[in-house]
Ligand binder design. Structure first.
Ligand code: PMP
Length: 402
């Protein structure tokens, strides 16, 4: 017998499974609404022009090489990334109480953070929103957290946040629970708390001595303004919280497969920084030794160069603007078809995704009959919509709902 014969096959990861099914589907009118990746109105991936320019300059620069980065990554990148999320003039930065380390995209930041919190601080309870991005539970459990809990978030009836439920669940959390919070453009619901609600959330986190961890994978992608999208993180730091921020540059720089992320710590004493960095170095050394250089150099160059920085901010407006336009179009078409139900949530939700409210049976018909690929939860990526396929999609939704 084989040593491996006791292994079972686990269910596939839904979103990657759908992408493969989409790719293999020869049907001409197929539509991919599953992948969380930006597409142009022609349905193509978009390499941001400022990224292309920096890449061209890098390719021509013979002083660059492929030497290893340090374990904690490219310092110029981490400084820029930390300033991007906190704001360069944030007192935490000015007073030397914030620092970042480069990670393997947002997922890597979460994993390193989870290993650190579990092993170095002995935390073992973590909370995420119900629902959340499909990887939070897996990452934290794999890092050693023993107790996985959800706080209520989505009220399917009113298609909005179950705020009372969320607060009640946070009030029940034991001290030192890690509370994973989506800083903006909540995935999958597209619904964020208001600033007033964030104030109440902060109050409970403080009172109950919970640990806030912000996951920010869509900074600038939600509102089109990177500063606006970081508001809640800056609010929490202004209250004096010690916290962790996990940043991804996949969406807002279009650097998906370059795996560029940053793990930011905000602490309340300078003397803890060297020990934290030392422990992070050991975690990362054992996990992947050091991160990739290419994308980190691109982000560092773009953010530190005023001209490129401005161009990048324009790109954020283009991407978020196109998504908003698709929201308007889809809602308008569904309403003008007389599709049963209400569709205003398509335009009130923000960010890359819309939580349509379609049930799993309706989703199945969309996939099987119409070759429109989306998650069983009814989440669609707005980026997969464009002027060429929006009528087809709206008509199909009408057909499965009516
Ligand atoms: N958090 C959330 C909420 C996300 O949606 C994503 C991307 N799908 C990530 C983190 C991290 O993705 P990546 O590892 O590609 O940066």
């Amino acid at each position: 017998g084989s040593r491996f014969s006791k292994l079972s096959i686990q269910p596939p990861i839904e979103v990657f499974n759908l992408m493969k099914a989409y790719q293999d589907d020869p049907y001409e009118k197929k539509v991919n609404l599953s992948a969380g990746a930006y597409r142009t109105d022609q349905g193509e991936p978009w390499v941001l022009p400022c990224v292309r320019k920096v890449e061209a300059a890098m390719a021509a620069d013979t002083s660059l090489n492929h030497e290893y980065l340090p374990i904690l990554g490219l310092e110029a990148f981490s400084q820029q990334a930390t300033a991007l999320v906190l704001g360069g003039d944030n007192p935490a930065i000015v007073n030397g109480l914030a620092f970042g380390v480069q990670t393997l995209s947002g997922t890597g930041a979460l994993r390193v953070a989870a290993e650190f919190l579990c092993r170095q601080l002995g935390f073992n309870v973590f909370y995420y929103s119900d629902p959340t991005w499909g990887n939070h539970g897996l990452v934290f459990k794999s890092a050693g957290f023993t107790t996985e809990r959800k706080y209520r978030y989505w009220d399917s009836e009113k298609r909005g946040i179950d705020f009372d439920g969320m607060i009640a669940d946070l009030k029940d959390a034991p001290p030192n629970s890690v509370i994973i919070l989506h800083a903006c453009a909540h995935n999958p619901t597209g619904c964020d708390p208001t600033l007033d609600q964030w104030k109440q959330i902060a109050q409970v986190i403080k009172e109950k001595e919970l640990f806030p961890l912000f996951d920010i994978a869509y900074q600038g992608f939600a509102s089109g303004d990177a500063d606006k999208d970081a508001l809640v993180v800056r609010y929490f730091t202004s209250l004096g919280f010690e916290l962790i921020i996990c940043q991804s540059f996949a969406k807002n720089f279009g650097l998906y497969n370059e795996r560029i992320g940053n793990l930011t710590f905000v602490v309340n004493a300078q003397e803890v920084i060297a020990p934290i960095k030392s422990q992070l170095s050991i975690i990362i050394r054992a996990m992947y030794s050091n991160p990739p250089n290419h994308g980190a150099r691109i982000v560092a160059t773009v953010l530190s160069n005023p001209e490129y920085n401005q161009e990048w901010r324009e790109c954020l407006k283009v991407m978020s603007g196109r998504i908003r336009e698709m929201r308007e179009l889809l809602r308008g078409k569904l309403e003008s078809l007389g599709t049963p139900g209400t569709w205003d949530h398509i335009t009130t939700q923000i960010g890359m995704f819309s939580y349509t409210g379609l049930n799993s049976k309706q989703v199945e018909t969309l996939v099987k009959k119409y070759h429109i690929y989306l998650l069983r939860s009814g989440r669609i990526s707005m980026c997969g919509l464009n002027r060429n396929n929006i009528d087809y999609v709206a008509n199909a939704i009408y057909d499965v709902v009516v």
